[in-house]
Design a protein around this ligand. Sequence first.
Ligand SMILES: Nc1ncnc2c1ncn2[C@@H]1O[C@H](COP(=O)(O)OP(=O)(O)OP(=O)(O)O)[C@@H](O)[C@H]1O
Length: 298
Amino acid sequence: MIRCEELTKDFGGTRALNGCSFQIEGPSLTGVIGVNGAGKTTLFKTLAGFLRPSSGGAFVLGEPAFQNINVAQNVVLNEGRMTFYANATLQELMHSYSRFYLNFDEKLAKGLLDYFQLDEKRQYSHLSKGMASTFRLIITLAARAPITLLDEPATGMDPTVRKDLYEVILKDYIKVPRIILIASHYLGEMEQILENMLLIHGGKVMLHSALEDFQTFLVALQGSPQAIRPIEEKLQVYEGKDFGPGIRQIVVKREAFQQLQLQGEDVEVLKIAGISLEDSFIYLTQRKGGGIDELYHS
Ligand SMILES: Nc1ncnc2c1ncn2[C@@H]1O[C@H](COP(=O)(O)OP(=O)(O)OP(=O)(O)O)[C@@H](O)[C@H]1O
């Protein structure tokens, strides 16, 4: 179980987390998404016990996470900037993980190294970016820690390896259900394996829901401008645009639209369409103010 309560983390003058609260009780494959700088890595490092909260709390298995040996043994963090000692071979790194994580599955780790054609005698520092990511993922999953945190696990991987990566994560989760959080910007690809979504924005949780609820959170309405305008005036519109003279489209919250309780003719003129996960993410986290067009028109 993991729980954050009004978790705030400051780095000097920068507030990376700002009253972040959520809880995950049981096994779950959760995607953690957010724009660059939203606070995802800070959240993971705090849950792993590497960072002390400035205020509020981060709890793992009911205990405060910071510098807690019980937490450390139950949480494994895979992060791109992880440094291992110079000259370490894959075999040595695997060995050090297996001594620290009591459930480390060596057979699985070796099987995956074979599958991804990584020679365990090679030095980690000599691997390419994508190979290093693959290796980190292998030892992180093989650790079989009850809380597994994957921060941008696909960094540098080519599309074929990424496809395998998602399959490996999913199969491993099915074999040993546990709390797995994956922070990634590859939303369209991750979507196929996730159960839940946690959207972090400005250091806070903006949305924490089942994947299906996230996928249907926003909806696109198309119709004549006469049919669309009255809705537009009543609801928060995430995007509005005209498709030629006779058709206007707006993006709004599905629930808010349903609560409008439109009747009869009004409903008939509207075409309602779903929105991809990636587009929903963009609409929900878009920057306010002038867009890119404006920058290039001065
Ligand atoms: N050690 C640090 N010192 C100072 N500022 C930091 C430090 N670590 C993170 N920050 C700042 O905290 C904020 C959140 O950073 P964080 O790395 O958690 O974001 P993120 O959501 O993981 O971003 P990305 O998607 O780009 O990886 C950013 O403004 C970042 O510059």
